[in-house]
Design a binder for this molecule. Structure first.
Ligand SMILES: [Zn+2]
Length: 415
């Protein structure tokens, strides 16, 4: 991530908070030439107003240097001169347009980090690559092309930024008010105690198992067999995270719409959430199959190591199958992670539009209470709840059911 100067010397006073911004030298003027200052302030004020806090001193660290932007232009120009028909590879796959650090805001520091330069860079490169892919670059003048990209970025970025700001600011106050982080860490601790297992990253399983060679393979198998319980614990904890994220990402995504004054299309949000929930339910079935598959595969391979004369085919076959199962399992957890946004959004939307709860009240609800309350209101409306986490309700995707079934499978497999 970027380095910030840590000097928050640009100050904007508003009726609900002071905003302190860390601008790198000379970039305030440039930034506000792209982003409307009044709208910027009004989104921040809107995002904080319903928090119930009146003493937030918000800090915003914006990674932006006019030189960086010249750098991006230069990179594209160089690339185009030297390898005009080749796409530019992104340096890293994942990046965030903005983020907050939970440690900081739990200790009372309210800082939103905005990766302006990196966002701009991605945007330039994506457009450049798209154009290459469509074969449109043949006779283009690169400078005119870059100017056009910059012009377009200026028209779309501010709007995107207002949503990002509202989202991240919501995390700052909401995680505290809803006690969502506390909920997750308390439940994980309690669960670890009951299950007696420990966390190990799934990646670690790969390393021990697939060092080639007879001795290592057997050692690896033994280690993985000894870690089945940890694997179960690791996966089981992801369901706790999902419940937390339904609450936190749901509220933050809701505030993206609410604080920026965007239209809230209740029906569409409901349909999207329902579709996501049904997909998750299907993917959960596949996840169970793959989990069972991994356990069976490792145990079988372990049984065969004593009989097999030619070892390498067994190692290779086991490795391929193992990796396949891991990939499928990761897909499920990625879907769970992503699903928390669209399903989560429906929760505050439903409470806001169809009950008497104010935004501030919704923001104070703890994860499981929030979800129960959502189920109640849905049922009164005559709509099936999309998600549920307690035995009082039955959602299209029922987290409790999943956990029960996963646990039943674990018992059946004697882990
Ligand atoms: Zn978020």
């Amino acid at each position: 991530m970027g380095n910030y100067t840590g000097v928050f010397d640009y100050k904007i006073e508003t009726p609900v908070c002071n905003i302190l911004i860390d601008f790198e030298q000379g970039s305030a003027e440039y930034f506000f030439s792209m982003v409307d200052r009044d709208r910027f302030v009004s989104v921040i004020v809107g995002a904080i107003k319903d928090s119930g806090y009146n003493d937030i001193n918000l800090k915003i660290a914006i990674r932006i240097r006019p030189n960086d932007i010249m750098g991006v232009r230069r990179d594209i120009g160089d690339q185009h001169r030297n390898r005009p028909n080749e796409e530019i590879r992104h340096l890293s796959k994942s990046y965030k347009q903005a983020y907050v650090k939970s440690k900081e805001f739990l200790s009372g520091e309210y800082i939103v980090y905005i990766e302006f330069t990196e966002t701009l860079r991605r945007y330039y490169i994506d457009i450049y690559n798209d154009t290459i892919r469509n074969n449109d670059m043949a006779n283009a003048n690169i400078r005119t092309f870059i100017d056009a990209i910059e012009g377009h970025f200026k028209t779309i970025y501010p709007d995107r930024l207002y949503g990002i700001l509202a989202h991240e600011i919501t995390h700052l106050w909401h995680m505290k008010k809803s006690k969502a982080l506390k909920y997750a860490s308390r439940n994980k601790r309690r669960f670890s105690k009951i299950s007696g297992g420990i966390d190990i990253e799934v990646g670690a399983f790969n390393n021990v198992l697939f060092s080639y060679g007879k001795e290592n393979f057997i050692i690896g198998l033994n280690e993985v067999i000894g870690s089945f319980r940890s694997m179960y614990v690791l996966f089981r904890k992801r369901f706790i995270d999902f419940t937390m994220q339904l609450c936190t990402e749901g509220m933050a995504t809701f505030m993206e719409l609410y604080a920026t004054g965007k239209e809230i299309d209740d029906d569409k949000i409901f349909r999207d959430a329902l579709e996501t929930a049904r997909e998750l339910k299907d993917k959960f079935r596949i996840f169970l199959t793959d989990f069972e598959g991994i356990i069976g595969l490792i145990r079988r391979a372990h049984g065969q190591t004593r009989e097999v004369g030619n070892f390498m085919p067994l190692v290779k076959r086991s490795r391929d199958q193992y990796e396949l199962h891991c990939r499928e399992i990761n897909k499920f957890f990625e879907a769970l992670n992503l699903g928390s946004y669209s399903i989560g959004l429906l929760i505050p939307v439903t409470l806001y539009l169809h009950s008497d709860h104010s935004v501030e009240e919704i923001g104070k609800m703890k994860p499981t209470h929030l979800i129960d309350e959502y189920c109640k209101v849905s049922t009164i409306m005559g709509r099936q709840p999309v998600v549920s986490t307690s035995h009082f309700h039955r959602g299209a995707f029922d987290v409790r059911d999943c956990i029960t079934e996963f646990n039943r499978l674990r018992k059946g497999l004697k882990i």
